[in-house]
Design a protein around this ligand. Structure first.
Ligand code: AMP
Length: 286
C-alpha cells in the first residue's frame, strides 16, 4: 500500500464512513492500536494484521488517560506524517489519528475498568491501576468505533495484553485478539517509541534489561525451576550495569501472578527507569 492509497481519518464519523464502505465491499477489518512514533515493532503488528484481514486500520492516539505523569505525556514523541507513511508502507489502508477532544469530548464521564490483581500488580503497582483503566477505556472506545474483526497487540506489553484479553472476554466484545511477538534491535534491546529519548550511555545501560531476561531464560533452559535460581543471574546482569529495576518478576503466563516455581509456561517481566526513560520488557519461558 502506498501513502497515496492511505486514507487518513481524524474523526469518528469519518472513520465509520470509510470502514462502512469497506465492509460493504466484503472486506474484513483489523485494528492496530498505537500511540504513534511508529517503529519496526509496530510495523510487524501491521504486517501481521494484513495477514489477518483485508483492511488494516492503524490508530495513532497518545491517550492522555493512561499517563499518570504529565511530563511523560508531554515528552511522548508525536510524528503524524512520518507515522502515516510507515503505516502505509507496512500495509495499512487507513490511519485514524483523532485529537484528544474527539475521543474525550466535554462531559465525557465513562470509564471501563478491569479490576483485581491483573491491573493492580507490576505496572499497576508502579504506575497506578488508573494506567490500565485508561488503556481499557480507550481500547473499548477504539473497538466500538472501528468494530474490527481482529485487533493485534504486542506481547512486549505483557500485562496490557492480558488486561485487554480479559476485557474482551468479560464484555463478550466481538473481536479476536492476536498476540504479536516482540521485535528487538540486533543487540537485544526491545524496540520502543521511548528509545529515541535514551542518551548513548543510557542506551548502553538499557541493554541490561533484555540481557537480564535472556540470562533468566538461559537459567530455565539449563534446568532452573525456582524463582531465586532463575532471577539471580538476571539481577547480576542488572547490577553490573548499575541498574535498579522497579520490578523483576517471575510470573504465571496466564494471569501474571508471582511464581515461586516454574511448572509450566511462565513469563518474566521487568521495568526500570534509565536516564529518565521508563522501559519495560518481557520474555516467555517454559
Ligand atoms: P505503543 O505505541 O507503545 O502503545 O504500542 C502499540 C502496540 O505496539 C502495542 O500493542 C505494543 O505492545 C506494540 N509494540 C510496542 N513495542 C513493540 C515491539 N518492540 N515489538 C512488537 N510490538 C511492540
Amino acid at each position: 500500500m502506498s501513502a497515496a492509497q492511505l486514507t487518513v481519518c481524524r474523526t469518528v464519523a469519518e472513520l465509520r464512513a470509510v470502514l462502512g464502505e469497506r465492509r460493504e465491499q466484503g472486506e474484513t477489518i483489523a485494528l492496530v492500536p498505537t500511540m504513534g512514533a511508529l517503529h519496526a515493532g509496530h510495523v510487524s503488528l501491521i504486517e501481521r494484521a494484513a495477514e489477518e484481514a483485508d483492511c488494516v486500520v492503524v490508530s495513532v492516539f497518545v491517550n492522555p488517560r493512561q499517563f499518570g505523569d504529565s511530563a511523560d505525556l508531554a515528552a511522548y514523541p508525536r510524528e503524524h506524517d512520518r507515522d502515516a507513511e510507515i503505516a502505509a508502507e507496512a500495509g495499512a489502508g487507513v490511519v485514524f489519528c483523532p485529537e484528544p477532544a474527539e475521543i474525550y469530548p466535554a462531559r465525557f464521564s465513562t470509564e471501563v475498568r478491569v479490576t483485581g490483581p491483573l491491573t493492580e500488580t507490576l505496572e499497576g503497582a508502579h504506575r497506578g491501576p488508573e494506567h490500565f483503566h485508561g488503556v481499557t477505556t480507550v481500547v473499548t472506545k477504539l473497538l466500538a468505533i472501528a468494530a474490527p474483526d481482529v485487533a493485534v497487540f504486542g506481547s512486549k506489553d505483557a500485562q496490557q495484553l492480558r488486561v485487554i484479553e480479559r476485557l474482551v472476554r468479560d464484555l463478550h466484545l466481538p473481536v479476536r485478539i492476536v498476540r504479536a511477538p516482540t521485535v528487538r534491535e540486533p543487540d537485544g534491546l526491545a524496540l520502543s517509541s521511548r528509545n529515541v529519548r535514551l542518551s548513548r550511555g543510557a542506551r548502553q545501560q538499557a541493554l541490561s534489561l533484555s540481557a537480564a531476561l535472556f540470562a533468566a531464560r538461559d537459567a530455565v533452559v539449563a534446568g532452573a525451576r525456582d524463582r531465586e535460581t532463575i532471577l539471580s543471574p538476571a539481577l547480576a546482569v542488572l547490577d553490573r550495569h548499575d541498574v535498579a529495576p522497579e520490578y523483576l518478576e517471575l510470573c504465571d503466563s496466564e494471569d501474571l501472578s508471582s511464581l515461586e516455581t516454574v511448572t509450566g509456561d511462565a513469563t518474566i517481566v521487568i521495568a526500570a527507569t534509565i536516564g529518565g526513560v521508563r522501559l519495560i520488557d518481557t520474555i516467555d519461558v517454559s
